[in-house]
Every structure is written in C-alpha cells, then in structure tokens.
Design a protein around this ligand. Structure first.
Ligand SMILES: [Ca+2]
Ligand SMILES: [Ca+2]
Length: 97
C-alpha cells in the first residue's frame, strides 16, 4: 500500500503515534547494520542529532542484542529484538489527486 514503518521526527508526531493506543509497537528505527547507529529505514536518516524519545536507560542492546525499536506508553522508545512479536505502526505519504 506504499507505506513503511513510521518515522517519528517530532514530539507532536510521537504524541500522535502514542494516541493511537496500539500499545508497545514497532517503529521504523533500527541499528541492524551498525550497532549503536540507529537509522530510520524509510529515509535512511540517522536518529542521532534529530528528535528522539528514548526511555531512560535505552537503547540498552540488552540480552543477545536488540536492534529494532518499539514505542511504549508515554511515547518513549526502547530497543528490542527484531524477532519480538509486536504490533507496528506504519505511515504513508498523503497523495493528492
Ligand atoms: Ca542494537
Ligand atoms: Ca532495550
């Protein structure tokens, strides 16, 4: 459908995603290619130096590695294993016809 996992670039967008009430959900951020370097998969932009909303102590890369990211209650982000089953939030461009 032309969508991708959501790229959250502002507090207002974070608030909106949180307001969907989906519970912990995958977003379009990961550090699969380079540990500790989180990249938005849709734009390829680095998260570093732009809006982020990590939970305190995250990203932790815990256990055997956490390379995907979920948004949690309060809109805070946490890195989790990519194999973790979660709901997910997608976005797609507005198409004017
Ligand atoms: Ca990681
Ligand atoms: Ca984590």
């Amino acid at each position: 459908m032309g969508g991708h996992l959501v790229e959250i670039t502002s507090q207002s967008e974070d608030d909106f995603v949180r307001s969907l009430g989906t519970g912990p959900s995958h977003i379009g951020l990961n550090d699969i290619d380079n540990e500790g370097v989180h990249v938005w998969i849709s734009s390829g932009n680095l998260a570093f130096g732009t809006f982020t909303n990590w939970k305190v102590g995250e990203p932790s890369n815990g256990g055997s590695g956490e390379d995907c990211v979920e948004i949690r209650a309060q809109g805070r982000w946490n890195d989790v294993p990519c194999s973790l089953t979660r709901l997910y939030v997608c976005e797609r461009p507005i198409i004017f016809v």
